[in-house]
Design a binder for this molecule. Structure first.
Ligand code: FUL
Length: 469
């Protein structure tokens, strides 16, 4: 829908004034790359390496390089499936705790080069980064600082090694959209633990690739959600306090990571990492334990539907392919996503913001543009959706204009049905909040923000009738 020019100018002016206020009040705001990251919503993790062949989850670092032999490796197959499954990118374990490098690093002797795979000329990162480009997917890397193979692990020299390895990744396979730092810190081959120089690592990456989004327990750009089961808190702030905390063992408590800090000093949104199978790596014994489309859809509701991102692990098998059982489940999941969010039942309904019986049209709320918004200034204002014909729905989707921060701490949805008023309460909204309930016939919906302390900037309201097919 095209918007009149005056309306667009008014929106920009309102946004500018609020942006200036938020900046003055020192409310942390997302950076441009964080905003782009929020829009990614759902993407894949690929755990791949010697563990794929040994059945381990944590390799010991002394595995013979020859065991790495994905004879039919086809990263284009991974990307084709990722694209078809609606994922927007792939983050691969360039190096897991066993220290094996999926690229021929100059700084290790435990790499694809030392295996006889593809006559020692193979390079998984080269193939995957090229395939991601071909399929229009973002490319990301996981690199574990914990290294159970490297002889220098546990000494200051290893920090140089780790920095040089990361530089290789960025120089040879970039652009790298997300860098995933695992906080695990165990013993190396000599029994020593490493003192990680996180500040140096971060400075290096910021300098060589300022656009990259860096993940770790505590960011700086996105945070761990505090569990590996794929769900964010029903209250989920994009803010986090990091002062006094460290990555790994010194991280904030799990429930803090799960729900953020309401008045936290940094914008560090949550990412929900979870595997489609019980393990992170492929094990044939788990072929019958792949999550069903319905389970994956439920994870989507509990991650993306709670304002976080979903990082779904799809581990390639020993042939170097995504297994049939996984791809069948993923296509079922994609079908549910498409079918359930295809038809916004209030797409062409007139929405209003009502304050003290005064109604104002609120076209931004269903224009499909998450950056345009309506300002709800007081707790006496509400959003009103009156239907000409009653709708049958079991889901309401709300979105906040997060480019200007996150302020909504509680909301109440009133559903007006033939049986009277029914109330649904929630707390945070953020990028997207998907609220589900038993299907019912609804004549009118009103949304209230009883605890407002600063203006609520609501960008979208939608209603859907979801089904299990
Ligand atoms: C953890 C690791 O120890 C697991 O093996 C896996 O990589 C998971 C995503 O992160 O910290």
């Amino acid at each position: 829908m095209r918007k009149p020019i005056l309306f667009v100018i008014a929106m920009i002016a309102a946004g500018t004034i609020i942006f200036a206020q938020q900046t003055k009040n020192k409310v942390p705001l997302p950076s441009m790359q964080q905003l782009a990251w929020h829009n990614m919503e759902y993407y894949w993790f690929a755990h791949f390496g010697p563990n794929t062949f040994t059945g381990n989850e944590w390799g010991h670092g002394d595995e013979k390089e020859e065991i790495f032999n994905p004879a039919e490796l086809d990263c284009r197959q991974w990307c084709r499936l990722a694209k078809a499954a609606g994922a927007k990118g792939i983050i691969i374990t360039a190096k897991h705790h066993d220290g094996f490098c999926l690229w021929p690093s100059k700084y290790s002797t435990h790499t694809v080069r030392e295996s006889s795979w593809r006559n020692s000329k193979g390079d998984v990162l080269k193939e995957l980064s090229a395939a991601c480009k071909e399929y229009g997917l973002k490319f990301g890397v996981y690199i574990s600082p914990w290294d159970r193979n490297h002889p220098q692990y546990g000494t200051a020299a290893y920090n140089d090694v780790f920095v040089k390895m990361m530089k290789e990744l960025f120089t040879n396979y970039g652009p790298i959209w997300e860098l995933w730092w695992d906080g695990a810190n165990g013993e190396g081959p000599n029994g020593k633990r490493q003192v990680y120089d996180w500040k140096r690592y971060e400075d290096v990456i910021r300098k060589i690739s300022p656009q990259t989004v860096i993940f770790s327990d505590i960011g700086p750009d996105c945070r761990w959600v505090g569990n590996e089961s794929g769900f964010a808190g029903t209250t989920n702030w994009n803010y986090l306090d990091t002062a006094g905390f460290k990555r790994g063992e010194g991280a904030p408590p799990l429930d803090t990571l799960n729900s953020g800090n309401r008045f936290g000093k940094n914008w560090i949104p949550a990412e929900c990492d979870v595997s489609i199978r019980p393990g992170w790596f492929y094990h044939s014994a788990e072929d019958t334990m792949v999550k069903s489309p319905a389970q994956l859809f439920d994870l989507y509701l509990k991650s993306v539907g709670r304002g976080a991102n979903l990082l779904l692990n799809i581990p390639p098998n020993g042939r170097g392919l995504i297994s049939a059982s996984d791809s069948v489940a993923l296509m079922g999941f994609k079908k549910l996503l498409d079918n359930n969010f295809k038809n916004n039942l209030i797409k062409s309904t007139q929405l209003n913001v009502v304050t003290d019986n005064q109604s104002m049209l609120a076209p931004s709320l269903n224009d499909g543009d998450a950056t345009s918004f309506e300002t709800i200034k007081t707790s006496t204002s509400s959003v009103l959706v009156k239907f000409a014909q009653p709708i049958t729905a079991n889901c309401i989707v709300l979105q906040e204009a997060i480019q200007l921060g996150q302020t909504i701490a509680d909301f109440t949805i009133m559903l007006s049905t033939d049986n009277g008023l029914e109330e649904i309460r929630g707390t945070t909204i953020g990028k997207k909040r998907i609220i589900t309930f038993a299907a019912r016939k609804i004549n009118q919906v009103s949304i209230h923000f009883p605890g407002i302390t600063s203006p609520a900037l609501l960008s979208e309201v939608g209603a859907y009738l979801m089904s299990g097919e």
